[in-house]
Design a protein around this ligand. Structure first.
Ligand SMILES: [Zn+2]
Length: 316
């Protein structure tokens, strides 16, 4: 009997334990799932709370990042954009690329040269001039005139020219005044090549290409539509005794250096500026730009290409 009771007690104890354990499991389980649920409930919270935050942070960060990059780029250019009004933000990366190739160049010159287009090869990225019939029209290897014919072409006085030479009226009058003053000072100046039509340049350029090839011809002759002679504002001059290619050796050349600007003319392709004008030195080629521009160019020893991008382009 004692054994049976003992067994019974043991069995009861086991049953109680089992039941108690079961309760415990049942009791604990919901807690666990609750915890798990609350964890999963909680876990999206930090996500939903934190997701928009990084998004806001992301865009503001990238904004400040952009600002930072821009500031760094402008700093490389010594913040020249704050000092000159012809700085073009669209060209920023071109300025930086040009600076990398020309690390010692003045930052103002970097901007000027890229604005001219000098970071591109000649005759690539060309534009058509918006300034037909203006005395400040620029013609170079980046600006085409198309086949435009200027208004007011007039014949230069035979006492100041060889053969029949045409120039735009304003330039023609100025040229004759200059020629007459030179004469009274004891110098001879003759216009030996002035206005040249688009069609004429087609033939001329082709002759040079046939003779020397495109690369060589491009160094001394303009392609059709790109010759400044087409503006009617140009005179190639000589002194009547020395071949024009040697004009720089004449006393007339010195006279022109000292006086041409007073009549609105500039030496268009000066020595030492070949990399800016894109042309070899032409001591005989003069361009009418009016007294104001000519005086500025004379006083600052710059080219018309530089003057144009600094003072004219996009402004009139
Ligand atoms: Zn010329």
């Amino acid at each position: 009997m004692k054994k049976r009771r003992k067994r019974l007690i043991l069995l009861l104890a086991i049953i109680l334990l089992l039941i108690g354990g079961g309760f415990l499991v049942v009791k604990l389980l919901p807690n666990n799932t609750q915890e798990k649920e609350s964890q999963t409930e909680n876990s999206p919270n930090p996500q939903t709370e934190s997701t928009p935050t990084p998004q806001i942070e992301d865009s503001s960060t990238s904004q400040t990042q952009e600002d930072k990059v821009l500031k760094e780029k402008l700093a490389k250019l010594e913040n020249i954009n704050e000092k000159i009004d012809y700085f073009n933000m669209d060209y920023l990366d071109r300025y930086l690329a040009y600076l990398e190739k020309n690390p010692t160049m003045d930052k103002k010159d970097i901007v000027t040269r890229v604005n001219i287009g000098l970071d591109y090869d000649y005759y690539t990225h060309t534009k058509t001039t918006p300034y037909q019939n203006k005395i400040y029209i620029l013609s170079n290897k980046y600006i085409s005139m198309g086949d435009y014919v200027p208004n007011d072409l007039e014949k230069v006085s035979s006492s100041c020219s060889t053969g029949t030479r045409l120039m735009v009226k304003e330039a023609r009058v100025a040229f004759e005044n200059m020629c007459n003053k030179a004469k009274s000072d004891g110098y001879t100046i003759r216009a030996m090549s002035t206005y040249r039509s688009y069609e004429y340049q087609v033939g001329l350029y082709q002759r040079y290409v046939d003779q020397d090839g495109v690369e060589e011809a491009d160094t001394y002759s303009a392609r059709p539509g790109f010759s400044e002679h087409q503006t009617g504002l140009v005179a190639d001059i000589d002194n009547g005794s020395t071949v024009y290619t040697q004009f720089h050796t004449t006393k007339e050349y010195q006279w022109m250096k000292d006086n041409a600007y007073k009549y609105g003319f500039i030496e268009r392709y000066p020595k030492g500026k070949e990399n800016i004008t894109g042309y070899t030195y032409e001591s005989w080629h003069y361009r009418y730009v009016g007294k104001e521009i000519a005086t500025y160019i004379h006083e600052h020893n710059i080219t018309f290409d530089e003057y144009y991008v600094q003072f004219i382009e996009g402004k009139k």
